[in-house]
Every structure is written in C-alpha cells, then in structure tokens.
Design a protein around this ligand. Structure first.
Ligand SMILES: [Zn+2]
Ligand SMILES: [Zn+2]
Ligand SMILES: [Zn+2]
Ligand SMILES: [Zn+2]
Ligand SMILES: [Zn+2]
Ligand SMILES: [Zn+2]
Ligand SMILES: [Zn+2]
Length: 447
C-alpha cells in the first residue's frame, strides 16, 4: 500500500498567528507546552498549585532533580500537578494550517510553503483527523518502490502513474501483456507475441512466436539432413528438395535396411537388459519374501532347543506363536495372503510358519497353515501344529512327516474353521503350539 511520509513540523511552523502561542510557553524550555512530536497529540496542560505551567518533559526532569516549581518554588510532587482545562480548550481552538501545505523536505531547516500544498486552515483539535484524510499528503511511488524513488502527493499519484512514472504497468495494445512503461518500446519492437517478421531463409512472414517451429518443421529453405541419415545417407539439402532427393537416389533401400538392422541390434540389447532386470527382480522378490516373514508377525515365545536323548541325531524345537488382534489380521490378510511367523531355528536349519487367516486359494472358511524351511539341504522333519482352544480337550493338532527338499512349505489348506465362536480365538488372539523334530539331516548322512 501507499507508504506515508511523516512530515516533521512544530506548532510554530503551522500556527497562523504566532502571537497566539504566548500563553502556552513552557517556563523552562520556552517551547509550546503541547508536544507536537508525539504520534498522538495529548492536550494535557500541567500546572503547579499556583498555576505555573511547563511542558511534560520539563516537569519530569525538574521534579526528578528537585520537587518544587521552578517559578514559585512551592513544594510540588508529580502526583500533585493538576490540569488546566481552560488553557487546554484555548489550545484546541488555535488556528493552524495543514502541514501538507509544505514541501516534502525542509530547506535550511525551514519548512517551505508549496503552491500545490493543502490550502486548509483549521482548528488544532481537528488536525489529527484531517491528516488522515488529507489528499495532499506525501506517499512513495508504489509501482516499483525499489526503482522509482518519486515521492508524490496522494492527489498527484494518478498523474504520476499515467504520464511520469517509468515503472507503471501498461497493457500492450496488441497482446494485452502487462509491461513496465520503460520496457514498452522494446516490447513492441522485438518481444510482443503478435509481431510478424520475415523468415531469414524463405522470406515468408511468420509470427515471431512461431519462428522456431517454422524453421524446425516447415521452412522450405531450411537445410535439413536426409530422413535416412541414421542409415548412412549424409546428404543435406533445403527441405523443399526432400522428395526429389528421395526419388533420385534409389539406393535408399540400402540405408533403410541399415536402419532396420540397427533397430534389431538395439532391440536385442533391450531384451538382454530386460532379462537381466527380470532376474534381479526375482531375486529381490525372494529377499522381500524372507524379510516379510520376519517382520509381519507378533510375539514368538519359545523354549530353548532341547536335544533329544534318544538316538542323538535328531533335534527338537518346541515353541508357541501367539497372534494378537485377530480381527485386524482377518481384515489385513484377505484370502491367499499370508501372515508369516518370525524365523526359528534348529541348529543351522531355519523355519517359519505361513498362516493364511482367510484361507489359501479356495479354502475361504478355514485357516490354512504351512511350515516352511529355508532350504539349505534335504531334511526329513516330523512336525505338529496345534491350535489352542479355550477348552483344552478341543485343541486341534495335526502331525505330519515331510521331507523338505526345496523352498516349498508343507501343511494344511483346511486347518481350523474360521468361526469366532469356536473357542480358538478367545480374547481376539490365536495361539499355535509348534513342535518340530528333525529326523534325518542329509548333511550328516553318507551315501
Ligand atoms: Zn519545556
Ligand atoms: Zn509555580
Ligand atoms: Zn491538508
Ligand atoms: Zn513512480
Ligand atoms: Zn505485446
Ligand atoms: Zn522460412
Ligand atoms: Zn538421402
């Protein structure tokens, strides 16, 4: 917005009749007792018990040194000063000129009258309000305040805008773009989008904006390469001669064949890259699969491995997998999406369980469950998975012997029924007892 310039003036500058100020003289500093430098005028006139007046500043300074009136020496405290309403009213009625009568800056310390200034003469009490509305107040040019240093009166701003300021924004008559006045000439001569210029090659009249695309795509005189340059034809000629060149040089089939060969080569390379990427992707998917199986699950409590005493070759794992927030698992794992347990180990063999809360494939009404072994070597395993019921006599246990000879799992598509009331999902959690015994570890077997 407009930046107002605060005029620096004193009551002496604007009083119409300077004799009027005599009754308001401070007995100490001899200036008027009403302070005009403050942002808001305060008309309080303060006096001693005997009626001697001073300006506010002089009273504070005097009373901080000695608590007496400098004129009559009567003992005076700041709190004992009283107002002189009669003088205040008289001051309010003094006639002054509007400070916007002056030029914007003083000359050798003097405020200078300006013939274009505000002609208003008014009572002091109306001054503050008038200054807010005075059309003669000075403001900084708002167009480009960093560049235009003009300070103009408010009522001259329009004139300044329209015919003086170099930085006012004007609309280009042709393209409607807004351009600073000092840029308009250049805009009209070389930048305006509506300019039409002649092509340096073919002399056609082209819109300035379209010239680039004219040369790139249309200009008949622009020199271009043969369409089959990539196949080996290095001829260059004006665009208009293209069809003539193509008919005259029958060997273009040779160049075309070159291009086809080139493309075949590139295609082969692409296919190779593609196969590489596919391989990488498969490996990454594998890694994700194993990582997920460690992350996805809840708490796995298990007892440390116990070695079986019989035979000595087998190892046993016994543990428990507790899955909490069962209702959430049902929502988050739709049919054919598995929830995987953390890994658990017997010696160097790593296992985990894949549980399908909503069943795998076509077994929607059931939980599907599978034991997986991260494949390192063929292993024969006897395992049982038992779903704990609130009524222990209804615990559901399946036992199986399986030879793990690759990364596949082994287990049951149709395990327990997916019914909230069947006693397996009490407290919204499911507990699975795991028992695994390695019967034969092939690394230990000699053929
Ligand atoms: Zn004073
Ligand atoms: Zn006094
Ligand atoms: Zn005025
Ligand atoms: Zn300006
Ligand atoms: Zn224009
Ligand atoms: Zn052209
Ligand atoms: Zn050619």
């Amino acid at each position: 917005m407009d930046k107002k310039i605060n005029l620096d003036y004193l009551i002496d500058d604007i009083i119409v009749n300077s004799d009027d100020l005599t009754p308001f003289q401070c007995q100490i500093c001899l200036n008027s007792v009403i302070d005009f430098k403050k942002e808001h005028l305060s008309f309080d006139v303060l006096q001693c018990r005997n009626g001697h007046i001073s300006c506010h500043e002089c009273w504070s300074r005097q009373l901080s040194i000695k608590q007496e009136c400098p004129s009559c020496k009567v003992k005076t405290l700041q709190s004992e000063l009283s107002r002189n309403i009669f003088l205040e009213n008289a001051f309010r009625a003094l006639k002054v000129i509007c400070p916007n009568k002056f030029k914007e800056s003083r000359f050798q310390g003097e405020a200078v009258h300006c013939e274009n200034g505000c002609p208003e003469i008014l009572k002091v009490e109306l001054l503050e309000h008038h200054l807010k509305e005075c059309k003669y107040q000075f403001i900084k040019c708002p167009n480009n305040p960093n560049k235009c240093k003009y300070i103009v009166r408010k009522n001259q701003l329009e004139h300044h805008n329209q015919s003086v300021c170099e930085y006012s924004m004007l609309q280009c008559e042709k393209c409607s773009e807004l351009v600073e006045r000092n840029q308009m000439k250049q805009h009209m001569e070389s930048e305006c989008d509506t300019l039409v210029v002649s092509c340096s090659k073919c002399s056609a009249m082209i819109g300035k904006k379209q010239m680039m695309s004219h040369l790139e795509l249309d200009c008949p005189m622009e020199e271009i390469s043969c369409l089959y340059r990539a196949g080996g034809c290095v001829k260059r000629f004006p665009r208009s001669q293209l069809s003539q060149h193509l008919t005259e040089n029958n060997n273009h089939t040779f160049y075309i064949q070159n291009i086809i060969d080139l493309h075949k080569l590139q295609l082969d390379e692409c296919n190779q890259d593609n196969r590489k990427l596919e391989k990488q992707q498969k490996e990454l998917e594998k890694r994700i699969f194993y990582l997920e199986s460690t992350v996805n699950s809840t708490v796995l409590n298990y007892k440390p491995h116990e070695c079986t005493s019989s035979g000595g070759a087998g190892n046993v794992f016994k543990g428990k997998w507790v899955i909490n927030n069962w209702d959430r698992k049902l929502r988050e794992y739709p049919t054919s999406k598995s929830l995987n347990s953390p890994f658990f180990q017997i010696g160097s063999s790593k296992f985990f369980i894949m549980l399908y809360p909503n069943g795998n494939n076509d077994f929607k009404g059931f939980l599907s469950i599978f034991l997986y072994k991260i494949y390192d070597r063929p292993t024969l395993v006897k395992y049982s998975l038992e779903a704990k019921n609130i009524d222990p006599s209804k615990n559901y246990k399946n036992t199986h012997i399986n030879s793990f000879i690759n990364n596949n799992g082994n287990g049951w598509f149709k395990w327990i029924e997916n019914k909230s009331q069947n006693g397996f999902f009490t407290n919204n959690s499911l507990t699975i007892s795991i028992s695994i015994k390695i019967i034969q570890d092939h690394s230990l077997v000699t053929d």
